[in-house]
Design a protein. Structure first.
Length: 444
């Protein structure tokens, strides 16, 4: 795949022109004349998403029921996974070569690695290119050597900062749009005992978000992949400076004091309760947060700018996806269900039930009347690449998650964190012989 600097290009309809990308070879195995099976078929789908897009469970239930009417011989069993259990649960299933036929994956490396490991079948072998071209971010994050591993389900603007104007105005402050202004707000509010930013890193996940929305301001995804394969270093200034910015937020008392004791979603409640001025949330859930406190009091924005980089001041964009397991005996039926989920009725139902954006350029953005949602969707189109999706998952856990916790605890400097990230990456290149080969091929 050619990792492009711009994740999504603006245009008509949903403002995404994925047709500008080529899908050569993507549907080579698709046989449009193949008859749909008439014997009873049972599929199992392991999924995630209710946690960040409330209403997803209702959509899954309704869509499975609607598909049953269309395909009476097909039964689909769905199992909602936990956030912590999603990745290890699938790893165990893959090792046993049994379990789900359809599996939820985050984008980027979280879809690439299972493909490289032979755990999933490319959806492009079972879904025609003419259909896949409508799936947002399919070619940007999910393609590899002419194949597309998984099918985008919904778009996750990654990740919006929500600022409460009622709290800021109480202290005669305006919404900060630059890093300098953000630190000034931190200075004022910390003296009043009010956190500027609410966050929780106990479970690690927020560390990846921070890497992407702060670190992404000075690099591109191509730079990140270059550092992964050893052509650049994570200690180079453009890769390392974000760690210093993170250290500044600790030193200027920007966060709630218990950030290391709270999990990601727990900390966001502080913002809802009026105990913090700003927080960072999952894109699909941002409208729900805004409406919970009164949309007129909320500004939806990207992380304040500290860099002059290409993507500074822009929100990231990624798509959450569904893949087909390699061991599934009914791959074409699984693909048929995925395509059913992209029909107009299901796209509209997804938006109606979740308030988030389906990952399909055939969804009509003009149907979105809520100003918060419309602003959020447009901010992600075009969006910046979501950096966490372009590094090895182990680097994310061992270097990003771990060092964000230490920097925000005040026990490690930003410079030391950058050095550790580089050291972990060098170790991974030595222990995983295929890593450089796969990432290099992904970058072509």
């Amino acid at each position: 795949m050619k990792i492009t600097g711009k994740v999504i290009a603006a245009g008509s309809a949903v403002a995404v022109l994925l047709s500008t990308f080529t899908l050569i070879g993507a549907s080579a195995s698709v046989d449009p004349k193949k008859a749909f099976p008439t014997k009873p078929v049972t599929l199992t789908m392991w999924w995630w998403g209710e946690q960040e897009a409330p209403g997803a469970q209702a959509w899954v239930d309704a869509t499975v029921a609607a598909y049953k009417k269309k395909r009476p011989n097909v039964t689909i069993k769905t199992v909602l996974q936990t956030t912590d259990g999603l990745v290890p649960g699938f790893a165990a299933a893959a090792a046993a070569k049994s379990g789900p036929d359809l599996q939820y994956f985050w984008g980027g490396i979280y879809s690439q690695q299972p493909g490289w490991d032979g755990q999933i079948a490319p959806v492009s072998d079972h879904i025609p290119a003419a259909e896949l071209k409508h799936y947002i971010n399919a070619t940007t994050e999910l393609s590899f050597q002419g194949k597309i591993w998984t099918a985008p389900w919904y778009v996750n603007p990654s990740f919006p900062v929500l600022a409460r104007t009622d709290i800021l105005s109480k202290y005669n402050l305006k919404v900060p749009t630059t890093w300098k202004d953000l630190l000034k707000v931190c200075d004022v509010l910390s003296k009043e005992g009010v956190p500027t930013l609410a966050g929780g890193v106990k479970d690690g996940w927020f560390g990846g978000w921070l890497y992407s929305i702060i670190g992404g301001q000075s690099v591109t995804n191509k730079d990140v992949v270059a550092a992964v394969v050893g052509k650049q270093k994570f200690t180079d200034a453009k890769h390392a400076d974000w760690w210093t910015r993170l250290q500044e937020t600790k030193e200027r008392k920007c966060w709630n004091s218990d950030i290391n004791s709270l999990e990601l979603y727990q900390a966001q409640q502080l913002w809802k309760d009026g105990k913090a001025a700003m927080t960072v949330v999952a894109g699909p859930d941002a409208p729900n947060f805004a409406n919970a406190v009164g949309a007129s009091k909320v500004v939806v924005m990207a992380m304040p700018k500290w860099s002059t980089g290409k993507f500074a001041g822009k929100m990231g964009s990624t798509s959450q996806t569904i893949g087909i397991t390699q061991w599934s005996k009914n791959k074409d039926v699984a693909a048929d269900f995925i395509m059913f989920g992209h029909e107009k009725a299901q796209l509209n139902s997804w938006y109606k039930l979740t308030g988030s954006m389906p990952a399909d350029d055939r969804f009509d953005l003009n149907s979105v009347k809520d100003p918060v949602k419309k602003a959020l969707f447009k901010s992600a189109l075009p969006g910046a690449p979501y950096l966490e999706n372009f590094i090895p998952a182990q680097l994310d856990a061992d270097a990003v998650f771990a060092n964000v916790q230490l920097v925000l605890a005040g026990t490690k400097t930003g410079k030391a964190a950058a050095a550790d990230m580089q050291a972990v990456m060098e170790r991974l290149r030595k222990t995983d012989r295929n890593l450089v080969k796969n990432f290099t091929a992904w970058n072509k």
